[in-house]
Design a protein around this ligand. Sequence first.
Ligand SMILES: Cc1ncc(COP(=O)(O)O)c(C=O)c1O
Length: 437
Amino acid sequence: MPAEMISEETPSIQGQPAEGLTADVSATLRTSTVRADTSPARRIPLAFGDANIPAPSVLAKALATHTHMNAYGPVEGASTLRDAAAGYWTRRGLATDAESVLAGPGSKALLYALVLSIGGPIAIPQPSWISYAAQLRMIGTKPVSIPISDHDGGIPDPGTLATIATAARQMGTPLKAVIVTLPDNPTGTLASPETVEALCAVAREHEFTIVSDEIYRDLVHDPAQTFLSPSQLAPERTVVTTGLSKNLALGGWRIGIARFPNSEVGDALKANVLGIASEIWSCASTPVQEAAAYALSEPPEVTAYLDSARELHARVAQAVMAVFRSVGALTPLPAGAFYLYPDFEPLQAALWSARQIGTGSQLVDHLRQAHGIEVLPARVFGEHHDPLRLRVATSQLYGTTSEQRAEALNSSDPANLPWISDQLHCLERALRGLCES
Ligand SMILES: Cc1ncc(COP(=O)(O)O)c(C=O)c1O
């Protein structure tokens, strides 16, 4: 075909054939599907990161009163929700105006739109939530995985981050962003204010964006513990994302929000994410946005619910931690949410001689096949060499019926409720037997 016949309007001739994308179902979500087909009596489900408590009844009512809102809403989110989100962040020391807020169908979708807008290279902590690495691969970039320092999960070690940022710049491929998780999934820890400060200093020096995933922020177990968001120290370059899936147990409602920096970088990113939103989800569910706006205004019922949820997560996570520690697995004290990250390295020789278990994946397979215990290997969170380490989500222990879950939420001693303590005893017996031949 003569060149002059190829016009702008013939993209199929001009463009390269597109490569198809291969994506697997995330390992954590796969465990939620297994839950539906297996008999609960035979399982101790410790894999799926759902809050597993009933939705706050005031929010169920708020949702019900808005179901008549059937038309599409604004792409950026309803003004009621954006105003309420601005108030939520402002009350947490981050002065925010509604213009800086975008809503989406879950923070996961917003995170994807963000990384798609930013492009690679993007650094993530190692270990980190499964979907960061998966989403980066989906946009065609390899995640730059940087180990965390001890007990400071969710943030790449700032010294190593600085070294890698310098090397990346020298190679002509400067880092564009880092994603951090405060508090963290999978480790359950909360990075210290010093680490957040060091992170912000590196980001400023190397001029990259910080994406701060704060979806577990309201579930820091000790409300007196200092929570420092990078957006307080590097406001010009930090995007904060959060949602209602974890704190208010509304994962199935699919609602998330992002707070963009008030800067040139922030405006450009926000405009791009808005464009992506308009082409992919159009708007978040309008009735859900209205219920979320009410939740983010933090009426007393929501605050009381949150206090109970935080207490439940803390007590059960600590009871499970005690079981793992009692058999010799190194298990950091959880600071937030419902995750533990026990390390069986000290039991390496014993595990090998008793059961020829040498990797985290083998340990996971053995626990599932021999005892019906479902956990995930650290490998799926980006750890190299399949270490003898597990990610344990403790919230599925709360019960299998709405009554059990509601009772757990309202109990002052949930670990001693019969259905929870039974599972804790089974877990302990199984772990004790691991090293016995
Ligand atoms: C660290 C982290 N960020 C984001 C999400 C996704 O949350 P959402 O339900 O808002 O998409 C999860 C869910 O497991 C998570 O663990």
